[in-house]
Design a protein around this ligand. Structure first.
Ligand code: HEM
Length: 406
């Protein structure tokens, strides 16, 4: 059986509504946001637990633990919401691979949702119980949550990785010629890739702490001593985190299959160089350096990683004759225009308004008064939202009426 022909046949016969490269770029960009919040959630959860167990040592550990518990709580919800966009784009251009991989591990794909729900509930239990005088046992909730989140990352990884190995699908579907429809196994795990991507959570919480100290500097209710503690801890975690991440990244590089030419590809090595640079820079940061800069450097590195994952996917699938550029395009301009206008209007203006508002309000410990600029943004956001809802329903109504007469 020619598995390449099978993959191309499994594509959506209706085609896709715009050029495949548009979906590819959006997939890579939106994945950066997803994984950034995965890293921050896991990193802050880990630090919250560590700080919780160090409370007895005194100092600012109890306070840091409570703060990081809140950060993880918010980040889990954001990583879920922001995971939807790359999921949809993957399903548009890599539908044969993604669905096959999900069906081959069907039980795990479904277990992913339940374990995420249980893990998140456990985190909330920890969040409510994590106070200065709480008993040590409360930490169990947090451990269970963190382990379940790591399991979810493993499931995500296996689903992504199995999708790259079409030559093995038949042996997983019908081992020894006997069909096994249980979907009970995670068939392929590339440990260096998993450990590297998940391990970036450590430097992520480091650069976050540096930004955290910078952000709260104008507030008088966050004492300078506590912020200095957070910043110095962040510098140490970032330095060691970036440096240690080089090991699994190197192992991933050396684990890449020879025939794909990936080892000679510069982007993978550029990531390694980026990790080294970030490790050195984090150690040299002076107190005058803008605290947001290391986080910006981290995001740049994540963009390289997102690009690298896509290069890896293209190279793994190329020998099977799978190329997204040959996907049948069935242009649908109105929906494409609606999509981009939504992205700019709702994502840009409404999202921009919320972010500006939250940023400014959070830096102010007293009653917050929006300035004229934010007030104008608010008016713009509400107007755009109104126009968007009207256009959405009008468009749907016109299409339904037109279809019912055809
Ligand atoms: C705690 C929960 C989660 C963790 C720890 C996690 C972690 C990860 C990791 C590590 C990867 C990269 C895998 C690899 O390249 O080897 C990944 C990819 C991905 N995740 Fe998540 N994730 C979580 C939840 C979600 C959710 C809820 C969604 C969707 C709503 C989602 C959507 C995606 C998508 C679409 C990809 C890329 C798949 C691909 O390109 O093949 N993730 N995630």
């Amino acid at each position: 059986m020619d598995i390449g022909a099978v993959m191309n046949t499994m594509r959506d016969p209706a085609g896709i509504p715009a050029q495949p490269v548009i979906f590819q770029v959006l997939m890579v960009l939106t994945w950066v946001l997803h994984i950034a919040f995965v890293h921050l959630a896991l990193g802050s959860a880990g630090l919250a637990i560590y700080a919780f167990h160090r409370r007895a040592a005194g100092g600012d550990w109890a306070r840091l633990s409570m703060a990081m518990t809140k950060v993880a709580k918010v980040c889990v919800s954001l990583l879920i919401v922001l995971g939807v966009a790359p999921l949809l784009f993957t399903q548009v251009i890599y539908d044969p691979q993604w669905y096959t991989s999900n069906v081959l591990s069907g039980r795990w794909a479904i277990a992913f949702i339940f374990t995420l729900i249980v893990g998140y509930c456990c985190w909330f239990a920890f969040y409510h119980a994590n106070r200065e005088q709480t008993k040590r046992q409360v930490g169990c909730y947090a451990w269970v949550a963190l382990l379940l989140f790591c399991l979810d990352g493993l499931i995500m990884h296996a689903l992504s990785y199995q999708a790259l190995l079409p030559a093995k699908w038949m042996s997983w579907y019908a081992p020894g010629g006997v069909v096994d429809t249980r979907g009970a196994a995670l068939h392929a795990i590339q440990w260096p890739r998993y450990v590297f991507i998940m391990g970036l959570s450590v430097p992520a919480v480091g650069v976050y702490l540096i930004a955290y100290a910078h952000y709260f500097a104008p507030r008088t209710d966050r004492e300078a001593g506590y912020l200095a503690f957070a910043r110095n801890l962040g510098k140490r975690i970032a330095r060691w985190g970036f440096a240690l991440s080089m090991l699994p990244m190197l192992a991933w590089q050396l684990d890449l299959p020879a025939g794909t030419g990936l080892v000679a590809q510069p982007v993978g090595w550029l990531i390694l160089a980026g990790l080294a640079l970030m490790a050195i820079w984090s150690g040299l940061l002076s107190d005058r350096t803008n605290g947001y800069m290391p986080a910006a450097g981290g995001l740049l590195l994540l963009s390289l990683l997102a690009l690298w994952r896509e290069i890896v996917r293209i190279r793994y699938l190329r020998p099977f004759g799978y190329d997204i550029r040959s996907y049948h395009v069935n242009p649908d301009w109105p929906s494409t225009v609606l999509f981009f206008l939504t992205l700019a209007g709702i994502g840009g203006l409404v999202g921009g308004f919320y972010l500006t508002l939250l940023y400014q309000a959070g830096r102010n410990e007293r009653c917050y008064d929006a300035d004229r600029y934010v007030a104008r943004l608010a008016t713009g956001a509400v107007s755009v939202l109104g126009v968007w809802i009207a256009a959405f329903f009008a468009y749907g109504f016109v299409i339904s009426v037109r279809d019912s007469f055809n």
